[in-house]
Write a protein of this length. Structure first.
Length: 371
C-alpha cells in the first residue's frame, strides 16, 4: 500500500486549525507581546524594616546630611519619628510632646523633620497639623517643635501625603478618587489656622509623594508611581507600576537621589528600590484599597527569595531594628521568569499542533490511499 503525498489543501487545513490555539495563547495574561514596564522590571529589594518600634510605617523620607531615613507610625503611636540606617536598622528616635490624631507622612528639609498629622478618614477634622521638629539626634530624646494648623478651602479631606518643594513650599495631597494638590501659604502662621489653596488635580488615591530635584513630583498609590510636572498644570508625564506590596504606603528618594524607594505600611515593611518612571508605561488602576495578595494576582507573585528572607530575618531581641544581608538588593522582576500562564500557553500550542497534525494526516490517508 502506497500513501500519496499530502495535498496543499490538507496542509492549509492543518495550519488553520492552529489559529484558535495561537489566539487563545496570546490572550492569556503574561503571554502577549508587550514587555514588562522597565521601572517594575528593575525594582529590587532595598531593605526591610524589622523592629518592634515600627508597627505601622506610614511614611518615609531621606536625610542625606546624616545618612539616615526617617519613618513614622500611623494612628496609635505617640509623637515620635524613628531613624533608620541604609540597611533599615533602627538607629533611635526623636519624640515630641503633642496630642497627635493620625500621622500619615514625614518629610525632611532644611535640617528639620516635618511630621504631618493629616489623616481624616471620617472627614470631621476642622483642621490638620504639620509639626516641624528640630535638633534631630536619634537618641530617643524629646525635641522642640513648631506646629502649623491648616484648613482646606472646600471642607475636610483625608490625606496621606506631605510635599516640600526645593524652595521650601508646603503642599498636601488628598487621598481620594478625585484627589487634589493643596498649597500652604508661603509663610504660614503658627498662631492662626492657615487656609490651603487648591492648585491642581492629583492622581487617585495617593498615599505618599516626593519633590524631585528637577522640580517635578513623584506620587504613589497602592499600585503605581506617577510623575507630575507643576509647569504643565500638574500633568502626569510618566507612570509605572510598583512591585507588589501588601499596603503601598511610602515613597522617598534613595540617599544618593538616584532611585525611588517605595515601602509598605504596617510592621515588617519591605522597601523596594525602583527607577524614577521615565514614560507613560502601563500600570494597574489605583483603588481605595490595597491590591489582592499574590495568591490571587499571578502577575504580582511573590519571589521565592522573599519567603526565604522572611524565614531568616526574624526580629532579634538584641537588635529589634536589624536586617540580614539577604534583605539587600533582591530581584523582584517577576515578569522575566516563566509563570503558570506561560505554561498553559505552551500546553495549548502543543495540543493544537498535535490535533492539527493528526487531522491533516487522517485527511490525507482517507483521500489518497490506494489498494
Amino acid at each position: 500500500m502506497t500513501v500519496a503525498p499530502v495535498r496543499a489543501g490538507a496542509g492549509l487545513l492543518a495550519w488553520w486549525l492552529l489559529v484558535p490555539f495561537a489566539v487563545a495563547a496570546l490572550m492569556l495574561p503574561g503571554t502577549g507581546p508587550a514587555a514588562a514596564d522597565p521601572a517594575t522590571a528593575q525594582a529590587k529589594k532595598a531593605f526591610a524594616i524589622k523592629s518592634r518600634l515600627v508597627t505601622a510605617s506610614s511614611g518615609l523620607t531621606r536625610d542625606p546630611a546624616d545618612n539616615l531615613y526617617w519613618t513614622v507610625n500611623a494612628s496609635g503611636d505617640s509623637g515620635r519619628a524613628i531613624a533608620l540606617d541604609e540597611t533599615g536598622a533602627v538607629q533611635g528616635s526623636v519624640k515630641f510632646r503633642a496630642d497627635i490624631v493620625d500621622v500619615e507622612a514625614v518629610q525632611y528639609a532644611g535640617g528639620a523633620l516635618y511630621v504631618a498629622d493629616i489623616g481624616d478618614r471620617t472627614g470631621d477634622r476642622d483642621h490638620v497639623t504639620v509639626y516641624v521638629l528640630y535638633d534631630l539626634q536619634p537618641n530617643d530624646s524629646t525635641v522642640r517643635y513648631h506646629a502649623y494648623d491648616f484648613r482646606y478651602p472646600d471642607g475636610p479631606h483625608d490625606a496621606q501625603t506631605l510635599l516640600i518643594s526645593p524652595s521650601g513650599q508646603l503642599y498636601l495631597v488628598t487621598d481620594q478618587a478625585k484627589g487634589g494638590i493643596y498649597q500652604a501659604p508661603a509663610e504660614p502662621s503658627r498662631s492662626d489656622v492657615n487656609t490651603l489653596t487648591r492648585v491642581g488635580d492629583a492622581p487617585p488615591y495617593v498615599t505618599d509623594g516626593q519633590f524631585l530635584a528637577d522640580g517635578r513630583i513623584a506620587l504613589r498609590s497602592y499600585v503605581d508611581v506617577s510623575v507630575l510636572d507643576p509647569q504643565q498644570d500638574y500633568k502626569v508625564v510618566a507612570r509605572a507600576a510598583t512591585p507588589y506590596q501588601p499596603r503601598g504606603a511610602s515613597l522617598t528618594q534613595s540617599l544618593d537621589g538616584s532611585t525611588l524607594l517605595v515601602g509598605s505600611g504596617g510592621s515588617d515593611s519591605i522597601v523596594y528600590r525602583m527607577p524614577v518612571p521615565a514614560a507613560l508605561g502601563s500600570a494597574p488602576t489605583p483603588g481605595p484599597s490595597p491590591p489582592p495578595s499574590p495568591a490571587s494576582s499571578p502577575s504580582a507573585a511573590k519571589s521565592p527569595s522573599d519567603s526565604k528572607t522572611a524565614a531568616k530575618a526574624s526580629p532579634s531581641d538584641q537588635d529589634p531594628g536589624g536586617s540580614t544581608e539577604a534583605d539587600q538588593d533582591t530581584d523582584v522582576d517577576e515578569n522575566s521568569r516563566p509563570g503558570s500562564s506561560g505554561t498553559i500557553a505552551a500546553l495549548l500550542i502543543a495540543a493544537g499542533v498535535a490535533v492539527a497534525a493528526g487531522v491533516g494526516v487522517h485527511l490525507a490517508r482517507g483521500r489518497h490511499q490506494r489498494p
